[in-house]
Ligand binder design. Structure first.
Ligand SMILES: *Cc1c(COP(=O)(O)O)cnc(C)c1O
Length: 253
């Protein structure tokens, strides 16, 4: 490694460590402000578009749960980081031909929106592993082009998932439309929290749901105010993504 490389690496390290400290502080302040227990909120580092070295630095700074949207990219990082004890969360859209690898290599899937995908994940989850933790992705703003089930279709999908032996349904995941003010940011998250509560009340099979995966770099305070248990933070930890990928990957990939 050249001197210049190691200087650059050193700066990246400071940045990521500083960023994580800032995000943790923000998380703690938000929890305090809205009377939430800090221990009830997990910081998931969204590492899509970041290289394995950046994840290693985040691990050194104390994080061990990483969220990935693209299978191939995630598998490469898992190999490069197999000396670390990490917890991997799949948070992107899922095509049928990706379920086997996801079932084998991840601990969580946040983006379930079809029973067919859930059935495949359960069938392909290796018997020696604990059940895969899953969340239903809900299209909380009912955007025409967005992933996720409509709120009124959630109960049926939730009940069907509870029948699957190798999945453990944990709760809901939402990605609302971007909004700029705390008040307006809170609205979709409040709706998601209400939806989770209604699910819990509607069937004995759903009373143990405990997860609201919501809140990103720009709105984690609003999500925490409304009960988020997992915040998914990318840019605020790693800075801008180097690869030009969006929330909506090319479907042929
Ligand atoms: C990229 C992504 C995030 C993180 O977004 P940031 O704005 O970078 O914090 C969170 N959730 C999902 C599903 C994502 O795809």
């Amino acid at each position: 490694m050249s001197d210049r490389d190691s200087v650059a690496r050193c700066q990246t390290m400071h940045n990521i460590t500083d960023n994580i400290n800032q995000v943790s502080t923000r998380l703690q302040q938000s929890a305090k402000q809205f009377h939430r227990s800090v221990d009830a909120i997990m910081l998931l580092a969204v590492s899509k578009g970041q290289n394995s070295q950046a994840l290693r630095l985040a691990w050194q700074a104390g994080l061990n749960s990483f969220g990935e949207n693209y299978l191939q990219e995630a598998l490469e990082k898992m190999t490069a980081l197999n000396d670390l004890d990490l917890c991997w969360h799949f948070i992107g859209p899922i095509q049928s031909n990706k379920t086997q690898d996801i079932a084998q290599h991840f601990s969580w899937v946040h983006s379930i929106e079809r029973i067919k995908i859930a059935r495949r994940l359960s069938a392909q989850r290796p018997a020696h592993l604990p059940p895969l933790n899953v969340c239903i992705q809900v299209n909380i703003d009912r955007e025409a082009s967005k992933s996720g089930v409509d709120p009124e279709d959630c109960l049926e999908l939730a009940l069907a998932i509870t029948e699957l032996p190798q999945l453990k349904l944990r709760g809901l995941m939402v990605i609302p439309q971007p909004r700029s003010q705390l008040d307006t940011q809170r609205q979709p998250y409040r709706q998601a929290a209400e939806l989770l509560n209604n699910l819990k009340k509607s069937s004995a099979a759903l009373t143990s749901l405990d997860t609201l995966s919501m809140g990103m770099s720009g709105d984690m305070t609003a999500a925490i105010a409304e009960g988020a248990t997992i915040v998914r933070v990318g840019t605020a930890i790693f800075g801008p993504r180097t690869k030009t990928k969006t929330l909506h990957p090319n479907p042929t990939r």
